[in-house]
Design a protein around this ligand. Structure first.
Ligand code: GRF
Length: 202
């Protein structure tokens, strides 16, 4: 069976990318291969991780291209060149427009660091998500992998994992626990699930 060709979109540190790379190495993503890492920032440490793993990477800068439209056009061009089947957003800090998301129906997934529908949508990114969870006083939070559509964090849910909030947690401590106990586990699992379904259909 043909492996699903995966592009991972990143903007920052890339610990979720690393979890995917490690899972692929361990043979836990047998239905897919990470063929490309695409960053919207030239200084993303995730690019170093791609290099170390021997994965091709590309940087597309909206600033340099001048507009969101030009940015998305360039990304589409690169994805076509690399024959990408599935996009995984792993800490990609740029919202894609409907004209982009419509091109990849159920072919693009994202990891969000809360149990959707809590603490998601506009403004809920990075530490803000965990600050809001602590402010609300929830006792359980977690992470969600979902399909991407034009609504931020609004697409169909694929996988979730709960994480306990503990007495004395700071946003930083909670963020780390959610990554270790949920994000790094469900992102590779959900990627394999979707890649498998796609390669069976291909
Ligand atoms: C993660 O918390 C992810 O859920 C969110 O952005 C963060 C990215 O971290 N979307 P990293 O770049 O994978 O380390």
């Amino acid at each position: 069976m043909k492996k699903t060709r995966i592009a991972v979109f990143v903007s920052g540190g890339g610990t979720n990318l690393q979890a995917l790379i490690d899972a692929e190495k361990r043979g836990e993503i047998p239905s897919g291969e990470i063929a490309l890492v695409l960053s919207n920032s030239p200084s993303a440490y995730a690019l170093e991780r791609a290099k170390t793993a021997g994965i091709k990477s590309a940087v597309v800068s909206k600033k340099e291209l001048g507009s969101q439209e030009a940015f998305e056009e360039k990304v589409v061009e690169i994805l076509a060149e690399e024959k990408i089947d599935l996009i995984v957003l792993a800490g990609f800090m740029s919202i894609l427009t409907k004209s982009f998301t419509d091109r990849f129906p159920e072919r693009m997934i994202n990891i969000h660091p809360s149990l959707i529908p809590s603490f998601c949508g506009k403004g809920y990114w990075g530490l803000h998500v965990h600050e809001a969870a602590l402010e609300k006083g929830v006792k359980v939070t977690g992470a969600t992998v979902h399909f991407v559509n034009e609504i931020p964090d609004g697409g169909k849910i694929i996988m979730q994992k709960a994480v306990d909030v503990q007495e004395g947690d700071t946003p930083e401590i909670l963020q780390r626990r959610v990554m270790e106990e949920a994000e790094w586990i469900i992102l590779p699992k959900a990627t394999e699930k979707v890649a498998k379904e796609m390669s069976e259909k291909a």
